[in-house]
Design a protein around this ligand. Structure first.
Ligand code: ADP
Ligand code: ZN
Length: 757
């Protein structure tokens, strides 16, 4: 499916034409379908439904020649002159009350324009599945069994509804139709307790809260001067009931979370609610405990909630019964009626951008909401994104620096080891310096974290004679060797292959395992440090629900001495006994075909380095790299992220990359390589035509995507760059307006992509 190709604004304002002299009056509902049809459609609201049809509720409407019944979101209702051409009528109303406020309707419309998504798909995306589940009503079982008369005698339409409900659970709309009564009658019966809405709603339950040793984070007696200044910067707009975005640029351990906590406290004191967004990976009990310990009831919205649990949380929030909402990306849509503050921790994280349509970024959504609600938005990070830095430099946002760790603990000394220097040739993936560092930490009674951002045993398997590399038959990716079982797993599609003993190309015996993954590293660490307890944390070992917490708890309890892992271990964890952090290969992500590769590398190395030396014993960091002079590595080694920003911003500016320009990326997929290439070419041609002589527009491609084949689909991409976001989107709309996509290809549009694979 191509993304929306017409201006949403234009669509929203679309009105049917009619003759001036045939004017009747009536009520018209504008509805948006969740899928299929892009355009908002107008329907006549029949008299019996007039009280129930309102923006934010879903309605049933007939669609197409066959008048198939479809569920649609009512986005506007107006009473006035009717068009001459007859309108079809709304059939029924689904929801007893609006699922979306007017503000949410405005937000979703804005999002559809901003990320070139269909309004209907945005509406679906902001509502959790449990909330969207079709309401079913049934007779109250007690009443049915005993035939007892209710306290208040139902009026005739209510009696009809109850009679119809006896047929069993059904949707409210179906019930209204069967009984000929309005949805208001059903709502009243639900209120009277004569009908019950089903769809099991469980109490939200915490994850693995029992038996876990709680770390205490009592409110400190005094804030540091930097913390005080940051909190004051947040209080200012709060007191004046206005919006402002405040960026806390603070090294790990500088007390940013404490500032969030006290800002939330203040928000609650004003009788308001706060939304705190964290990356999914940081939604550990550790984070949640800190908020719970301070505030009691906290709604935690994480991806492991069942739809019913999420629905229950949603209702508590909407009813204003929870003051603090902590959650991943989509928690930004929590329906807080008294919103007073939004916080985004680790704001530089990619996971705040949704990878599927609508491809929104929670930071931009949060800014929109905070501006409309006139509340502060707080962004925090030790390594803010360059986009955020640029907004601060431009004077739009306020930056507060927290340059030092609280409590006087020092940032750890970082030792860079040049992997090109063969004198200390590593035994396995660890150089002599790294091995010595681990020994030093263990001897001092400290703990060790080793970061390697590649899972599996060997990253590829190659023939030593002809160089042939084993690849996934349906993707373009080298197979990663996983042990035990000598399995070649594709990290693109998950396909598992048995690896051949000999080279399938030249038949030379034996294949060579190249590139160390976390699994092999773990094995080497166990061999090198037989007395140490070693554990590994990556998506392979952390599949089961709760395993992440279990491993972290064991690490905290010092049942684990050395923790080996992917970037999972780099984020937001606070373990005072960690004395050594080793970055096994800092270059792993540096040379990807992505203009953000250097930024990501600097962020990752800085973040993981910050895990070391949080306790009184101090700590060290060993960074192994083949490019020790790269600005990203150099800056991370001296804990000077801002130095990297200063070196990187002029490069971005010269190339008109974000934050100085905007990017829209197209990815075309097809089973047929030629079809994908041709279609990507057609898109590029149209973009170039539409751009004409417009200044600063650059069309890159078509080119095979860095992952050129995935799950049997060939992938091509095209990028268009320009200085102005809205103008660039307009250009893309014009270029793709009447594009008729052949059945053999599919394509997507990603506005402001954060991922270029
Ligand atoms: P960050 O979020 O920047 O990593 P935290 O807020 O987690 O920093 O603070 C790091 C540690 O210091 C935590 O254990 C926290 O409880 C403690 N802490 C924070 N602020 C203070 C303070 N003003 N006085 C004493 N301890 C503090
Ligand atoms: Zn594959």
């Amino acid at each position: 499916m191509p993304a929306d190709s017409t201006s949403q604004r234009e669509l929203f304002e679309h009105r049917p034409q009619w003759d001036e002299d045939d004017v009747r009056r009536g009520t018209i509902a504008t509805v948006v379908l969740p899928d299929g049809v892009d355009k908002p459609l107008d329907y006549l609201v029949p008299e019996r439904l007039a009280a129930d049809v309102e923006p934010g509720r879903r309605v049933l409407v007939p669609l197409g020649r066959a008048n198939r019944e479809r569920l649609a979101y009512c986005v506007a209702v107006r009473t006035g002159d009717l068009p001459q051409a007859p309108l079809k009528s709304v059939i029924g109303v689904e929801d007893p009350r609006p699922l979306l406020s007017r503000r949410m309707l405005e937000l979703t419309k804005w999002m559809a324009e901003r990320w070139m998504a269909r309004w209907g798909e945005v509406l679906e995306a902001v509502l959790p599945a449990g909330v969207r589940a079709r309401t079913r009503v049934r007779m109250d079982p007690l009443l049915a069994a005993t035939g007892a008369a209710p306290a208040r005698q139902p009026t005739p339409p209510q009696a009809r509804v109850l009679a119809a409900a006896a047929a069993g659970p059904q949707t409210a709309a179906a019930l209204a139709q069967a009984s000929g009564a309005s949805r208001a009658v059903i709502s009243r019966l639900v209120k009277l307790g004569l009908l019950a809405e089903t769809g099991a709603v469980e109490r939200p339950r915490g994850r693995g809260e029992e038996g876990r040793e709680k770390i205490r984070h009592d409110k400190p007696t005094a804030l540091s001067p930097a913390q005080t200044a940051a909190l004051e910067a947040i209080r200012h707009p709060m007191r004046e009931a206005r919006h402002e975005t405040i960026v806390l640029f603070g090294v790990t351990g500088s007390g940013k979370t404490e500032v969030y906590l006290q800002a939330v406290e203040e928000t609650i004191a004003y009788g308001r609610q706060a939304i705190v967004l964290v990356p999914e990976i940081s939604l550990t009990p550790q984070t949640c405990d800190r908020f719970r310990a301070r505030f009691g009831t906290v709604a935690v919205l994480h991806s492991h909630l069942t739809p019913a649990e999420r629905h229950a949380q949603w209702r508590e929030i909407a009813a204003g019964r929870v003051n603090v909402i902590v959650g991943a990306r989509s928690a930004v849509f929590a329906p807080a009626p008294r919103l007073g503050l939004i916080v985004i921790d680790e704001e530089h994280e990619n996971s705040f951008k949704q990878g599927t349509a609508p491809r929104y970024h929670a930071r931009d959504v949060a800014e929109w909401i905070a501006r409309e609600e006139k509340v502060p938005l707080v962004l925090g990070s030790a390594t803010p994104s360059l986009e955020t830095f640029a907004r601060c430099l431009a004077g739009d946002w306020t930056m507060c620096r927290l340059a030092e760790r609280v409590g006087g603990s020092q940032l750890p000394a970082v030792i860079t080891v040049d992997l090109r220097d063969k004198t200390g040739r590593p035994r396995g993936a660890m150089t002599a310096r790294l091995t010595a560092g681990i020994r030093w930490a263990l001897d001092a009674g400290g703990q060790v974290m080793l970061l390697l951002n590649r899972r599996g045993f060997a990253t590829h398997v190659q023939c030593g004679a002809c160089g042939h590399t084993a690849r996934c038959p349906q993707c373009d990716l080298a197979l990663t060797l996983h042990q035990p079982g000598n399995r070649g797993i594709c990290h693109g599609c998950g396909l598992v292959n048995r690896l051949p003993a000999d080279c399938p190309e030249c038949h030379a015996p034996g294949l060579v395992q190249r590139g160390t993954g976390t699994q092999r590293l773990e094995e080497q660490v166990r061999r090198g440090f037989p007395d140490a307890a070693v554990a590994r944390m990556d998506t392979d070992t952390m599949r089961a629900r709760g395993s992440h917490e279990k491993t972290l708890d064991a690490f905290r309890a010092k049942q684990i001495d050395i923790l080996v892992g992917t970037q999972m271990i780099a984020k937001g964890l606070d373990f005072p006994s960690v004395m050594l952090v080793g970055v096994v290969n800092a270059d792993a992500a540096l040379h990807l075909a992505d203009f953000r590769a250097a930024e990501r590398t600097c962020q990752l190395v800085t973040q993981v380095a910050g895990r070391s030396g949080r306790g009184p014993l101090g700590g060290r960091v060993v960074v192994q790299t083949s490019t020790p002079d790269h600005p990203a590595i150099r800056a991370a080694a001296v804990h000077d992220y801002e130095a990297f920003v200063r070196s990187e911003l002029p490069i971005r500016e010269a190339l008109l990359y974000p934050p100085f320009g905007h990017v829209i990326r197209f990815v075309v997929r097809s089973l047929d390589d030629q079809a994908a290439a041709t279609w990507a070419g057609a898109i590029a041609d149209r973009l170039r035509q539409a751009a004409g002589a417009a200044a600063g527009i650059r069309v890159l491609g078509p080119a095979p995507a860095p992952i050129a084949r995935l799950r049997d689909r060939f992938r091509w991409h095209v990028q268009v760059h320009g200085p102005d976001g809205p103008a660039l989107r307009d250009l893309v709309r014009r270029a793709t307006a009447d594009l008729k996509t052949p059945d053999t290809v599919a394509w997507i549009v990603d506005v402001d992509p954060v991922e270029m694979l």
